[in-house]
Design a binder for this molecule. Structure first.
Ligand SMILES: [Zn+2]
Length: 212
């Protein structure tokens, strides 16, 4: 999501004070505690939740931020503060929103799982039927690998929670931009090979499967 960049530049140093850890410690590799899942939900009735559309999730859509170096906390704080305005006239809420942002240290939930985000395809089936995960991008390979690993655990946990099969994990690329001639976004770009899902995407799916 390239349009996040400018908004994020406006963000200053951020404190973790708004986060609270959920879940008890558990030996399960895909548990909220193993994921270090924290909450910083957009307040109901504000910014991206002024207008809400109910969600019964059938898919999990995976993105990467296209915003190298910015953390999950920066994204979550920006979303809660309404920093990411939806630029397209087909954005239904006026804001870009999604459910989880994951980096090398933490996963932060920004939307309840029963509310649609505005992350994939405007009023298309991607937004209407999927939970969205944004994976943070890092130049440092070790940080990137840690973020990907955490995202795989989170995805596995969500599949288990929702009773969904691995085939329901899709890249943003999966949802054609029906408002823009069916164009397919090369996202998550960290998993693209020549602009489409390839071996790196398959490797991510195998990792998710391993944590189920
Ligand atoms: Zn995307």
């Amino acid at each position: 999501m390239k349009f996040l960049c400018t908004s994020l530049l406006l963000l200053t140093a951020l404190a973790l004070s708004g986060c609270s850890t959920v879940g008890e410690s558990s030996s399960r590799t895909a548990s909220p505690s193993a994921i270090n899942l924290q909450q910083m939900q957009v307040r109901k009735g504000t910014v991206g939740r002024r207008k809400e559309f109910p969600l019964r999730a059938k898919y999990i859509t995976v993105h990467s931020t296209s915003n190298r170096g910015a953390t999950a906390l920066q994204h979550a704080r920006g979303m809660a503060n309404g920093a990411f305005r939806g630029r397209s006239r087909w954005n239904r809420t006026g804001y870009v929103t999604w459910h989880f942002t994951v980096d090398d240290r933490v996963a932060i939930q920004s939307l309840p799982l029963n509310i649609q985000g505005e992350h994939a395809d405007h009023d298309g089936p991607g937004n209407r039927s999927s939970i969205a995960i944004e994976i943070c991008e890092f130049r440092d390979a070790r940080r990137q690998a840690a973020a990907v690993d955490r995202a795989a655990r989170l995805t596995a946990w969500l599949l288990n929670e929702k009773g969904l099969s691995l085939s329901r994990v899709v890249p943003h690329y999966h949802w054609p931009q029906h408002r823009f001639g069916g164009n397919k976004k090369p996202c998550p770009r960290i998993f693209m090979t020549r602009g489409r899902p390839g071996p790196r995407w398959q490797q991510f799916l195998r990792k998710v499967d391993g944590y189920r």
